[in-house]
Design a protein around this ligand. Structure first.
Ligand SMILES: [Zn+2]
Length: 393
């Protein structure tokens, strides 16, 4: 058994000044005691910094790790999508090596659980060996309705391969994005019973222009690829309003990016989906937004509507590192008033809630093994810009 104290113990929800965390040798939380308990010789007192639960990376694409530094930054959504399409094929050994290095990077940066998008089963052996918790989201794409069944069957085959390495409860079938999935393919996904789903949503102005006006650079991309989309009729006031009724039904639905999400979109979700509104989580990936050249989401507006928020790194194709601390630093740089406690709640409990694993991760609940991180160099006013993180458990 070990007792550790720090000037601040953040339990996933709120700070406990000089709290004492009691752990067994395996890192299981036995208790969280008040400051008075720190006056005990058996307590290891850290002289500075904060303790917090391990970070949850709610959105990653491990299998794109070999594209680090390969795609030019700031050229917009369509250029990025083309970059991934044309560059993702690579030497199998290189792909495995890059995924292994990326998984180790996340471990070193205090991440304990990952929501990971899969287009193939290439990441399965690495996940099986990794100490991280993985939820694999097998992603389907196909905007032409005639291909729906074939694309869906491919995803089922990928999921079956993944199931040889990880439990079925940690695998979902999910749509890529509203502009790349036909209504027929959405329907096939809706017929699947699922616990957690996710979708890239409202990532760019290009997405909004295409779905609501059938206009903009995504239309040009489909033309350039020679894909006939004459059947498609734009509709709805926004991408989210266009596709909300098509989303797979699950206990938790993670909408990833939300860069162009407006007040009207949130109101729409509240009005149309009152019964399930608590089940939407809004995943913010500011590092990827900045890299691609998309706007950052309106965080204050999401907060005003009490949206459940979590954080993701997205992939190394569109980010310089896989670090939840870095994502928090970017958000705080853009929104200087955001307190560290709020960001840390999104980085810990928010991600665990979104992935449906809040009973195991994201807070210092008794009996849980959420990982224990030591954050140093936090400024007295809660600025995270110079903070560093190391894992104690
Ligand atoms: Zn993504």
């Amino acid at each position: 058994m070990q007792k550790i104290s720090a000037p601040v113990v953040f339990d996933g929800f709120e700070p406990h000044p000089n709290g004492v965390l009691v752990l067994n040798d395996a890192g299981m939380v036995l208790d969280l005691l008040p400051a008075a308990a720190a006056d005990d010789d058996s307590v290891q007192r850290l002289p500075h910094g904060w303790l917090c639960p391990g970070f949850v990376n709610a959105h990653c694409h491990l299998e794109l790790s070999h594209l680090k530094d390969r795609l030019p930054a700031g050229e917009g959504m369509v250029s990025f999508l083309q970059g991934v399409m044309y560059n993702r094929q690579a030497d199998a050994e290189l792909v495995q090596y890059a995924m292994q290095a990326a998984a180790e990077e996340m471990l070193g940066k205090g991440i304990v659980a990952v929501g990971d998008i899969c287009n193939t089963a290439l990441s399965a052996p690495i996940k099986a060996q990794s100490p991280l918790y993985w939820h694999s989201f097998v992603e389907v794409t196909g905007f032409v309705p005639a291909t729906a069944k074939q694309r869906f069957d491919q995803a089922l085959a990928t999921a079956a391969t993944l199931q040889q390495y990880q439990p079925a409860s940690r695998i979902s079938l999910v749509p890529h994005a509203p502009y790349s999935v036909s209504a027929r393919l959405f329907q096939l996904l809706q017929d699947q019973p699922q616990t957690v789903v996710c979708m890239h949503s409202q990532e760019s102005e290009a997405e909004e222009a295409f779905l609501t006006r059938k206009d903009g650079p995504l239309l040009q991309l489909y033309e350039a690829l020679g894909i006939d989309i004459s059947f498609f009729e734009p509709m709805g006031d926004s991408s989210l309003q266009y596709c909300a009724h098509l989303l797979p039904i699950a206990n938790s639905t993670i909408l990833v990016h939300n860069c162009t999400t407006t007040e009207a979109d949130l109101q729409f979700l509240h009005n149309q989906y009152e019964l399930i509104s608590g089940q939407f989580s809004f995943c913010l990936c500011p590092g990827a937004n900045r890299y691609i050249g998309n706007p950052l989401p309106d965080v204050h507006m999401l907060q005003q509507h009490h949206a459940a928020i979590c954080l993701g790194t997205d992939s190394l194709a569109s980010n310089t590192e896989l670090s939840i601390l870095y994502e928090m630093q970017l958000l705080q740089l853009h929104y200087p008033g955001l307190p560290a406690t709020q960001l840390l709640k999104w980085a810990t409990y928010g991600g665990a809630h979104a992935l449906g694993i809040a009973q195991q991760f994201g807070s210092f609940g008794i009996g849980m093994r959420p990982g224990v991180l030591w954050l140093e160099q936090l400024a007295a006013d809660g600025q995270l810009q110079h903070a560093s993180v190391q894992r104690l458990y």
